[in-house]
Design a protein around this ligand. Structure first.
Ligand code: P6P
Length: 333
């Protein structure tokens, strides 16, 4: 019976009781959940309230900001400054650390990409928010960017909101991955996808094929073999998807398996890759690994990378375990 579902908060409380944890995660998640609901509302209202189009400025990445990029960033900063959980925050949209003032200083750090895939906004295709939570080390200065430069293995929680046909929130606190769907009539997220698990094998890959001329040999070999289908070395036909929204790609992989590649290539090598380590690759790697998948740069585990900068970019190959292992083997060869 649909009304017998668990809310997100109830499920976090149940997880706390089962794992003997303090009330930390429920409190940490409260303001993030509210921020995601608020962003979902603004994304859904879109053109009706003039939310589409460019904001007329560039972000630290040198990318033209959409109005909803700015709005989502403001919502995340405001809502997560109120609960006293976070000592400081880092955002894809901000050059430097955002200091949280006027609150009892929190013991955690929040990093986020407030609206990932925003090139899809004006064409009404799924976008999302990605977040990662780190502890504030004892005695560290929360307003120093170096304090954030912890490897992904240090994350205490990570998740994303997917603003698609339904708004979902997918979260891990290190004890598996659970998916929740927003019931707008009630204004709450309900557990709809408990214990999400990525199948070890897949016949579906996601890559921006227009970059083929830049690919390194291991990636070119892998994709060529997929494209060769039944007659090729893999002996099966593959399907390809590319949404240009990492949140949508990762969600598809969590639901039905697959592999997502945004590899290092000859054009992006100078900047280290395309996707950002701290608030895209690391949180998604935590989620994928917790769901039984793998997340690699092609040469090493993403979550073991020692970050060098808040906006550092990295190559990302993640998804079904056996497929990622094959691609990593090709990199060794
Ligand atoms: P391209 C969105 O800008 C993003 O950061 C990811 O969400 C997405 O997977 C990728 O970049 C899309 O990149 O080069 O296809 O536009």
């Amino acid at each position: 019976m649909p009304y017998k579902r668990l809310t997100l908060s109830h499920n976090l409380l149940e997880e706390q009781r089962r794992l003997g944890r303090s009330g930390t995660f429920t409190s940490l998640m409260t303001d993030i959940i509210t921020a995601c609901k608020m962003v979902s509302r603004e994304v859904n209202r879109g053109a009706l309230v003039g939310n589409l189009g460019l904001a007329g400025a560039e972000n630290v990445q040198g990318e033209e900001q959409k109005k909803l990029d700015v709005l989502a960033n403001d919502i995340f900063l405001h809502m997560n400054s109120l609960g006293g959980n976070y000592a400081a925050m880092a955002s894809e949209e901000l050059e430097d650390v955002f200091a949280v003032t006027g609150q009892a200083s929190g013991r955690y750090l929040l990093l986020f990409d407030p609206l990932d895939g925003s090139s899809n906004i004006d064409i009404n295709v799924s976008v999302g928010s990605i977040f990662s939570i780190l502890r504030l080390p004892e005695g560290a200065n929360p307003n120093d960017a170096d304090t954030f430069l912890q490897p992904g293995t240090q994350q205490v929680a990570a998740g994303y909101a997917l603003y698609g046909p339904s708004t979902m929130l997918v979260l891990t606190t290190g004890d598996g991955v659970h998916g929740y769907t927003l019931d707008r009539g009630v204004g709450m997220f309900f557990l709809t996808h408990p214990d999400m698990t990525i199948p070890a094998d897949t016949k579906e890959f996601a890559v921006n094929a227009s970059r083929q001329r830049f690919w390194e040999p291991p990636v070119k070999r892998y994709v060529d073999e997929c494209l060769a289908g039944k007659e090729g070395p893999r002996g099966v036909n593959f399907n390809m998807r590319w949404v240009a929204s990492m949140v949508a790609e990762v969600h598809r992989i969590l639901v039905r398996g697959g592999v997502f590649l945004y590899p290092m290539d000859s054009e992006n090598a100078k900047s280290g890759g395309k996707l950002r380590l701290m608030y895209e690759a690391n949180p998604m790697a935590f989620i994928v690994e917790q769901a039984g998948g793998l997340a690699s740069t092609g040469k090493g585990r993403i979550m073991e990378m020692k970050p060098k900068g808040l906006h550092q970019r990295v190559p990302v190959i993640l998804g079904s375990k056996n497929e990622v292992e094959r691609i990593v083997d090709y990199h060794k060869g």
